[in-house]
Design a protein around this ligand. Sequence first.
Ligand SMILES: [Zn+2]
Length: 187
Amino acid sequence: MRGHSHLLVGLAGYLLLRSEATVAPFVPSVGGPDLPVPTALSLTLALVAAGALAPDIDHPDSEIAQVWRGSFGMRPLHALAWVVRFLFGHRGVTHSAWLTGVVAWLVEGFGVSQWGIGGLGASLGFGMASHLLADGLTRAGVPLLWPLPWRFGIPPIRALRLRTGGPGEHALVTLLTLAAVGRVLLG
Ligand SMILES: [Zn+2]
């Protein structure tokens, strides 16, 4: 899926799940003793958004690779994306389930030990997981067990999945976004 699709799927999915009473207790959110609620919510959404874009750091043309323009027009993430793609290929290690888990766990541990704030890694991990799920809906699938070669997808029959950037992707993203906006506005 494209970057803006990932962003919308991650954020819309998050808001929908969080507004569903039965699953809301299992949906991560940032929180700490001295953290005001609006700040915590903003941090949560920012991390979900960052996580939803992060796995495509293995492609120089991705949205995440364009963020952060440094001095002299340098784009550090763009350079990083070249290196990651050279070493691991597009939809390689950054699209594995285990790396998602490790990154979430490390960030979570850092947030709790350094600032006493929980949910940083879990919120980031939620966004990353939404990326893998969304890419899993497309023809190419995702190598969840990288470096093992199997690519997983939903549904398992490849021909039934979405084409990246195709009309199915747009329809799905639009529906999900409308559902989330409706849910947030109407309660
Ligand atoms: Zn991807």
